[in-house]
Design a protein around this ligand. Structure first.
Ligand code: COA
Length: 284
C-alpha cells in the first residue's frame, strides 16, 4: 500500500463531503453503505480535509458528522485490520498514525473550534473524534459503544486514553469493559457528550452553537482551547506561570486586538456586557 497521504486520499475523494454555510464547515463522512467505517483511504481523506480547513477562510468552525444511519462505525474491520494483517509492523504503525492524526491528534489542537455532531452509530474509533472535538452534541437516538471487547481486541488507536481523559473512571471502565451499546441520552448523562437532543433538532442545535463561535474572537477562543489542554497536565505553579505568559502574549499576537475592543465597548461605549455576551466584531 502506498503510504503517501495525498495519493491514499484520492481513493476516498467522494467519501468526505464539505459544505460551507455562514462560516461553518459541515464535514460529513460519506460512506453510508459501510456505516461510515474508516478505511485507510478515508482516514487519509479526513486528514487532508482538516488540513485544508485549518487555513480556509470560509471556515471559522468545523462540524464533523456522518451521512445516513451512522456517525462513524469505527475502523473498517476488513480494510483496516484484515487487509493489513500481513503488512510489516512499521507499515501498519504508519497507517495507525495517519488515522490518529485526524481522529484526535490534529483535532485536540485544531486552530478553530470543532463540534462532533453524533447523528447515529458511533463505535470504537468513532469515539475518538467525539472525545477530541471541543464540543459534542448527540442525537438522543444515536447508538454508542466501545465495542472492541465484543470482537476480542483491546480498544487501541488511543480510544482508551481519550475515554479516560473525558469520562470518570467508573463510567470509562464500564463502557470499555462491557462493550454494551448505549444511547445519546446516556452519553450526555455520563458526559461523553455535552447534550443530547432529538435527531430532528440536532442540526439546528449544532448550528446555533457553531454560530456562537463564529461571533467570538478567534484568537481568544483558540488560545483558551489550547491552554485548557496544556494546563491539565501541569502543576498549579507551572500552570499559573504559563497562563500569565499566554495572557501577555495575546496582547501582541491577537490581530484584531480583542482585549482593547472588548474593554472599550464595555467601559466607554457601554454597548454590551461581557458577562452576558461577546463584543461586536467587524463582519468577515
Ligand atoms: N468495519 C467494516 N465493515 C463495516 C463496519 C466496520 N466497522 N461497520 C459496518 N460495516 C459494513 C458491514 O460489514 C456491511 O457491509 P456489507 O454490506 O458489505 O455486508 C455494511 O457495513 C452494513 O453493515 P450492517 O451490519 O449490515 O448494518 P446494520 O445497520 O445492520 O448495523 C452496525 C450497523 C454499525 C451496528 C454494525 O454494522 C456493526 O456492528 N458494525 C461494527 C461496529 C464496531 O464494532 N466498530 C468498532 C470497530 S473497532
Amino acid at each position: 500500500m502506498d503510504m503517501n497521504v495525498a495519493k491514499m486520499a484520492r481513493d476516498a475523494d467522494h467519501q468526505v463531503v464539505v459544505e460551507f454555510e455562514d462560516r461553518i464547515a459541515w464535514v460529513r463522512i460519506n460512506r453510508p453503505e459501510k456505516r461510515n467505517a474508516i478505511s485507510p483511504a478515508l482516514a487519509a481523506k479526513m486528514s487532508e480535509t482538516l488540513d485544508a480547513l485549518e487555513t480556509d477562510d470560509r471556515c471559522a468552525v468545523v462540524v464533523i458528522t456522518g451521512t445516513g444511519a451512522a456517525f462513524h462505525a469505527g475502523m473498517d474491520l476488513k480494510e483496516f485490520f484484515r487487509a493489513t494483517d500481513s503488512m510489516p509492523a512499521d507499515a501498519r504503525r504508519r497507517l495507525s498514525e495517519i488515522n490518529s492524526d485526524w481522529q484526535w491528534r490534529r483535532l485536540l489542537y485544531f486552530a478553530k473550534p470543532t463540534i462532533a455532531m453524533v447523528n447515529g452509530y458511533c463505535f470504537g474509533g468513532g469515539l475518538n473524534p467525539v472525545c477530541a472535538c471541543d464540543i459534542a452534541i448527540a442525537a438522543e437516538e444515536a447508538t454508542f459503544g466501545v465495542s472492541e471487547v465484543n470482537w476480542g481486541i483491546v480498544p487501541a488507536g488511543n480510544v482508551l486514553k481519550l475515554l479516560s481523559w473525558v469520562l470518570s473512571p467508573r463510567d470509562g471502565m464500564w463502557v470499555a469493559m462491557s462493550g454494551e451499546p448505549f444511547d445519546g441520552k446516556k452519553a450526555a448523562e455520563i458526559r461523553l457528550v455535552n447534550e443530547a437532543v432529538p435527531l430532528a433538532k440536532l442540526r439546528e442545535r449544532v448550528r446555533e452553537i457553531a454560530l456562537s463561535f463564529v461571533g467570538k474572537n478567534p484568537y481568544a477562543v483558540r488560545a483558551t482551547k489550547h491552554a485548557f489542554h496544556r494546563v491539565r497536565d501541569m502543576n498549579f505553579e507551572d500552570s499559573e506561570d504559563y497562563l500569565f505568559a499566554k495572557l501577555a502574549e495575546s496582547r501582541f499576537q491577537d490581530p484584531e486586538k480583542g482585549r482593547d475592543k472588548g474593554m472599550s465597548q464595555f467601559l466607554d461605549e457601554k454597548s454590551y456586557r461581557p458577562g452576558l455576551g461577546a463584543y461586536k466584531r467587524e463582519p468577515k
